[in-house]
Design a protein around this ligand. Structure first.
Ligand code: OFO
Length: 182
């Protein structure tokens, strides 16, 4: 049986994963509005992944005879400055999510709640991958640049990353490696 504190923390994480999904969906809309279709597709897919993270928590609470509670979710911003600024904001957001996961792991361990501690290990690994993925995208942006055809080339890379991700055949690190242009 989960403690009240653990249920509250896991419900808080459900809320954060919902927010992450809405944030990336809004970023996807912003990118599509700017004509960056590859970036928009990549972010839209990522928004769907965040819903998957939310569902895992939702199911874990139910399997533990606790009640998931959906709270109100803050509206995400609608303007992200530039593509580079947007990916910097994503990395900062993922670092914030990692800090929240670490707090959850710490709380589970100190309560000797080893079931929740074990459940959370998936999120620990996922956050390492996600931070690595977005750092790699920022490195790629740095290399390609956004001047001249740079933004077009970057967007093409994200089209290919989204396709590889949809095919499910590569790790986060592979996804961020610049691919051959067609
Ligand atoms: Fe992006 O990992 Fe969940 O929030």
């Amino acid at each position: 049986m989960l403690s009240d504190k653990t249920v509250e923390l896991l419900n808080g994480q459900i809320n954060l994963e919902f927010y992450s999904s809405n944030l990336y969906l809004q970023m996807s809309a912003w990118a599509a509005y700017k004509g960056l279709e590859g970036t928009a597709t990549f972010l839209r897919d990522h928004a769907a992944e965040e819903l998957g993270h939310m569902h895992r928590l939702f199911d874990y609470l139910l399997e533990s005879d606790a009640m998931p509670e959906i709270g109100s979710i803050d509206a995400p911003p609608t303007d992200f400055g530039s593509v580079k600024e947007m990916f910097q904001q994503i990395l900062q957001h993922e670092q914030h999510v990692t800090a929240r996961i670490n707090e959850l792991v710490d709380a589970a361990f100190s309560q000797k709640d080893f079931s929740t501690f074990n459940f959370l290990q998936w999120y620990v690994a996922e956050q390492r991958e996600e931070e690595h993925l977005f750092k790699s995208i920022l490195d790629m942006l740095e290399m390609i640049g956004t001047e001249g055809q740079g933004l077009f080339l970057f967007d093409q890379q994200l089209t290919q990353m989204a396709a590889r991700r949809q095919a499910g055949g590569s790790s986060a690190a592979d996804e961020a490696a610049p691919a051959e242009s067609a």
